[in-house]
Ligand binder design. Structure first.
Ligand SMILES: [Zn+2]
Length: 82
């Protein structure tokens, strides 16, 4: 019996928010489920990690609950202080 070697390294997809039009929703690069930043139910995705630099969100690591892919969100536009 050959045993399949499972690699611990899982591929992380990167999504650049500056390339997304509209309200910031985007399809999962692997399974195509729409991931909406307004969805806070954690049914579609979970936030694994956030990176903050100078009080600005620079990176978000999401886990797609549907296919298990990790998706790194980059390209956050700094909000001007009002
Ligand atoms: Zn997915």
């Amino acid at each position: 019996m050959m045993r399949k070697v499972s690699t611990k390294k899982s591929f992380v997809y990167t999504v650049d928010l500056t390339t997304i039009d509209g309200d910031g929703a985007f399809p999962c690069p692997k399974c195509g489920v729409i991931i909406s930043p307004d969805d806070e139910t954690e049914e579609i995705y979970k936030i694994l990690d956030t990176k903050v630099k100078n009080d600005e969100l620079t990176e978000l690591l999401l886990l797609c609950n549907k296919c298990g892919s990790k998706i790194k969100l980059v390209g956050f536009i700094p909000q001007p202080e009002s």
